[in-house]
Design a protein around this ligand. Structure first.
Ligand code: 5AD
Ligand code: SF4
Length: 441
């Protein structure tokens, strides 16, 4: 038997890219590739790229530059670029870095085997279409490896919201929901392979409207069907848009026992003027009303958010409105960014806020958000949570897992294996984790 070829994948960006990288590794597994974590002994290097951060393409070009030595040492080495930078840059990548053999967008990676056949013949392969066929279906029936206790499952992709700062509608394309039966089959398959917690992924996951047995289903209907999958213990979903928090999804947070009390609901700004200029189509007030309704359904819910500071035209008063909103909502977790221009988006034409002012605002916002994060972590001390253990800790005899609220929790354990869910009393709070002790055998 021929020796397996080695594939090194570097994944940038969001959880959907993590999911896509897993699917690409499976597709390449069918072509005789096994994964390696060392780029220097790989036969194929694949960068699964993200376009959301500033100068994303430039960073990929400089990363590719670093691989030049590997290619010189091993002329048979193949180099590929996948993901959203591949989608946005297309053939330009091969012009600027001729050593790149393959460019594949997020909607066509199921064609990797065909593209690799071209590459193996010494040709360049480029595919950044938005095809009709279902890439997830085309990737089925690959070798079924055992999995860890948690997994991502993409249920919806793309976005039609066109926030003025965001590249996603251009790189991931229009919103598409996968059909219910395919998602349920994939979920059962994941559970058979050891998965106990599934995070449903979508750029606009709560706008899910996939074809079900009697017409389109909502995300809440899908969650209820997953709730009946034996062996699946926890369900999460991300990322949601405030305007798509429908009643049945809010209600599921009250009644669905496997749905975890954690919600990532980006607001971006607390100023109605800026929200309007961002084309967010919600107000600070309407966002807060949604939060109130979710908290009425699930009072212990931990909220997470995304924020952009220094969006064009953001005044001191606009920024203070964001600080006020944060004080009112109280976040357990948050991601905050300084606005930066994405060429091709509507906001790219507008004048920037002074960078010094934007930096200062970001620091103040991050200060407030970390204060809230630590307050909420500290309030967990003394409480009992349930932890899904995922891996061994740094200290002998210790394991680490996640609580319902997605806090990392470590505890000394006996007779606990990966994938076990145990009750833990929280004894202390550290910078980015909680420590505790098991309260049952
Ligand atoms: N500048 C700064 N932050 C951005 N995000 C998206 N586009 C930009 C941009 N141009 C942030 C948003 C989004 C998160 C994934 O990234 O907060 O919710
Ligand atoms: Fe981008 Fe999210 Fe706005 Fe869609 S809803 S355009 S993914 S920020």
């Amino acid at each position: 038997m021929a020796e397996a070829k080695k594939l090194f994948i570097k994944t940038y960006g969001c959880q959907m890219n993590v999911y896509d990288s897993e699917r690409m590794a499976e597709a390449m597994g069918g072509e005789g590739y096994v994964q390696t974590d060392k780029p220097d002994d790989a036969d194929m290097i694949l960068l699964n790229t993200c376009h959301i951060r500033e100068k994303a393409a430039e960073k990929i070009y400089s990363e590719l530059g670093r691989y030049r030595g590997f290619k010189e040492a091993n002329p048979d080495l193949k180099i590929g670029v996948a993901g959203c930078v591949a989608q946005a840059e297309g053939a330009e990548i091969m012009h600027r870095q001729p050593m790149v053999d393959l460019v594949v967008g997020p909607q066509t990676y199921h064609r990797l085997p065909d593209l690799m056949a071209k590459v193996d013949k010494g040709e360049k392969a480029l595919d950044t279409d938005f095809p009709e066929e279902d890439k997830f279906e085309a990737l089925k029936s690959r070798p079924k490896a055992q999995r860890g206790p948690t997994a991502f499952l993409t249920v919806q992709e793309g976005c039609d919201k066109f926030c003025a700062f965001c590249v996603v509608p251009y790189t991931r394309g229009a919103e598409v929901s996968r059909p219910v039966d395919r998602i349920l089959t994939e979920a059962r398959d994941l559970v058979e392979r050891g998965v106990r917690e599934i995070t449903l992924l979508g750029q606009n996951v709560n706008a899910y409207h996939g074809a079900g047995p009697n017409g389109d289903w909502t995300l809440a209907q899908l969650i209820w069907a997953l709730n009946d999958v034996d062996g699946l213990e926890r369900i999460r979903f991300t990322t949601s848009h405030p305007n798509d928090m429908q009643d049945d999804l809010i209600e599921a947070h009250r009644t669905c026992d496997k749905l975890m009390p954690y919600l990532h609901l980006p607001v971006q700004s607390g100023s109605d003027h800026i929200l309007k200029r961002m084309n967010r189509s919600h107000t600070a007030e309407s966002y807060i009303r949604v939060i109130e309704r979710i908290r009425a359904a699930r009072p212990d819910l931990l909220l997470s958010g995304d924020f952009i500071v220094g969006f064009p035209e953001e005044s001191d008063a606009d920024f203070e409105a964001t600080m006020d909103l944060v004080r009112e909502v109280r976040y357990g977790q948050a991601y905050s960014f300084k606005y930066s221009t994405r060429p091709g988006t509507p906001a790219a034409e507008r004048a920037l806020v002074d960078p010094g002012v934007a930096n200062e605002r970001l620091q103040r916002l991050q200060g407030l958000l970390s204060e809230q994060q630590y307050e909420i972590q500290n309030s967990m001390v003394g409480r009992e949570v349930s932890v899904l253990f995922e891996k061994t800790g740094r200290i002998q005899g210790q394991m680490i897992g996640k609580s319902e609220y997605l806090h990392a929790v470590h505890a000394p354990v006996e007779n606990v294996v990966r994938g076990d869910i145990r009750k833990v009393r929280i004894t202390h709070s550290e910078k980015n984790s909680l420590g505790g002790v098991l309260t049952e055998g």
